[in-house]
Design a protein around this ligand. Structure first.
Ligand code: NDP
Length: 294
């Protein structure tokens, strides 16, 4: 670490030491960046201080320590709970806000920070804590281009960087879209594995089949995405009436296995609504019209 520090790696403050903030602090330290840390529950900094981080006694001291301040908090409520009492110390800081929340809250947060003389980059980290420090992982960024460019190399210590534009809400939006896919598809897979186990098939045994189905999804998406953009829902390849019968079989299999059928039942309900709206003979993608009219 000494050599890199001698070369003048940028000093960073990390606020928020959940699993993510801890992994980020360690990645910065490993790359030779001096790091100052602060966390509401101060004891979470102990191990990091033993590894070379500096502990800030107050949030004001954490902000004063460095121009570049990484925020890794549960959501923007936590960001505001921490920063509002210390708003006078924000002037001149660059806040890289890697806390998850909605695009609207990211835009409002950036505006609030600007009102106190700070500049704000929104980030959406597409990596678990174990992937922090890996260039193959990626983080969406949005906000002022010059701020991103000035700190790109330091941020690249955490993951690969993917700057999407000036709108501070954009990185949050793209992140939430990824989370939409992640949580719903992972929960669907978990449901299938649960039904498998209820039938005496272990999750490990079913895993290759689950993975094969998951691996087929990108090809389906590549086929459907241009049709979706073009509003083409023709039932030449599939139709929703068949889709409803199929998902009802999943519901019944689940119930006969003694497992909870809330998730496939919700899908069946969505398909039914689309059919009632006249899409029985249309492709599965016609469900998108139902989503849009909600
Ligand atoms: P945690 O929720 O475990 O960490 C939360 C941090 O926020 C802690 O430092 C906690 O402080 C602080 N905090 C929460 N509420 C408050 C509050 N009201 N006032 C002060 N501090 C508060 O999250 P992670 O570390 O896992 O993640 C951080 C961010 O990164 C989240 O937005 C998460 O969605 C995002 N993310 C996480 C991933 C993951 O796999 N973990 C993956 C990608 C993104 P204290 O320790 O005192 O409770």
């Amino acid at each position: 670490m000494g050599d890199k520090q001698a070369a003048g790696e940028q000093a960073v403050t990390v606020i928020g030491l959940g699993p993510m903030g801890q992994a980020m602090t360690r990645a910065f330290l490993a790359a030779g960046h001096p790091v100052t840390v602060w966390n509401r529950t101060a004891s979470k900094a102990d191990a990091l201080v033993a590894e070379g981080a500096a502990r800030a006694a107050t949030i004001e001291a954490a902000l004063a320590a460095n121009e570049l301040v990484v925020l890794s908090l549960t959501d923007y409520d936590a960001v505001h709970a921490i920063l509002e009492p210390a708003a006078a110390a924000l002037s001149g800081r660059v806040l890289v806000n890697l806390s998850s929340d909605t695009p609207a809250r990211a835009r409002a947060g950036a505006e609030w920070a600007a009102g106190h003389g700070a500049r704000h980059l929104t980030g959406g980290v597409q990596s678990p804590p174990s992937g922090i420090g890996s260039p193959e992982m990626s983080t969406f960024y949005s906000g002022p281009a010059d701020v991103f460019e000035a700190h790109r190399d330091t941020l690249a210590v955490l993951t690969g960087t993917d700057y999407r534009g000036a709108d501070p809400g954009l990185a949050a939006l793209l992140y939430q879209l990824q989370m939409d896919i992640f949580w719903t598809s992972m929960t669907a897979a978990l449901h299938a594995l649960t039904v498998a186990r209820a039938n005496g098939i272990s999750a490990a045994e079913f895993l290759p089949h689950a993975s094969a189905t998951a691996a087929s999804v990108p090809d389906f998406l590549a086929f459907y995405a241009p049709r979706l953009d073009a509003g083409e829902h023709g039932g030449d390849v599939d139709n929703l009436a068949m889709g409803l019968v199929s998902i009802e079989h999943v519901v019944h299999t689940t119930l006969q296995s003694g497992a909870d059928a809330t998730l496939p039942s919700a899908v069946a309900e969505i398909f039914r609504r689309a059919i009632e709206a006249g899409h029985a003979k249309d492709s599965f993608t016609s469900v998108s019209e139902v989503f849009r009219s909600a």
